[in-house]
Design a binder for this molecule. Structure first.
Ligand code: GLV
Ligand code: MN
Length: 197
């Protein structure tokens, strides 16, 4: 859902001083090579020994400058057994998920709080409408791997537990206590899990 490009391509100039408008400045076309349009590594498993037991390998514009302004990107997500891609939303993109390996439950919640949940098996494709909160859980007995694509070169991700309990500076305890109808002690406990040390 990015705006239409105004030229054939605009390989991002990620250098520090370069102007940013709606995206990144373009590299001088005379210096653009075929390899600017190549992104390698989505065959490589990511490390999943972490809080959610997943790994996201990001192919957004920052790691793949050739997609700058083209309204598209591709990621890989690895799930260990029991791994959870926690509730999150992509403010700038619809997501399409291809399950390459394993078994997942993929779910999203609409803006009027209806939950759509679907079991996916290898080869299935599932779509997550732009901006909606969604999550995937590995319910199989082995690893799961997805390849996901977005209609934005910079989909962004707001991970709900991190946005609310791990922001910097933190959201006031009273706000979180009232919002979730829990005690300040419970807020402290939740925050301790998501606040960077
Ligand atoms: C990644 O953003 C995913 O939802 O799989
Ligand atoms: Mn997602």
């Amino acid at each position: 859902s990015d705006p239409d490009p105004l030229q054939d391509f605009c390989v991002a100039d990620l250098s520090a001083g370069a102007a940013k408008v709606n995206g990144f400045a373009c590299k001088d076309p005379n210096t653009v090579k075929a390899s600017d349009f190549l992104f390698k590594g989505l065959n490589k498993p990511g490390l999943t020994n972490n809080t959610f037991n997943i790994n996201v390998t990001s192919g957004d514009v920052e790691s793949f400058p050739g997609i700058n302004t083209l309204g598209i990107s591709m990621f890989r997500v690895d799930f260990a057994q029991g791994g959870l891609n926690p509730p999150h939303s992509h403010p700038r993109a619809t997501e399409i998920v291809y399950l390459m390996k394993g078994t997942l439950i993929a779910s999203f919640v609409t803006s009027n709080n209806v939950l759509y949940s679907q079991k996916l098996v290898k080869g299935d494709v599932f779509v997550i409408p732009r901006g909606l909160v969604h999550f995937q859980q590995n319910i199989g007995y082995s690893k799961a791997v997805t390849i996901v694509a977005f209609n934005s070169h910079n989909p962004g991700a707001q991970v709900i537990p991190l946005s609310l309990f791990g922001s910097s500076p933190p959201i006031s305890e009273d706000v979180l206590a009232k919002a979730f109808q829990i005690s300040n002690e419970e807020v402290k406990n939740m925050s301790s899990k998501f606040t960077p040390p």
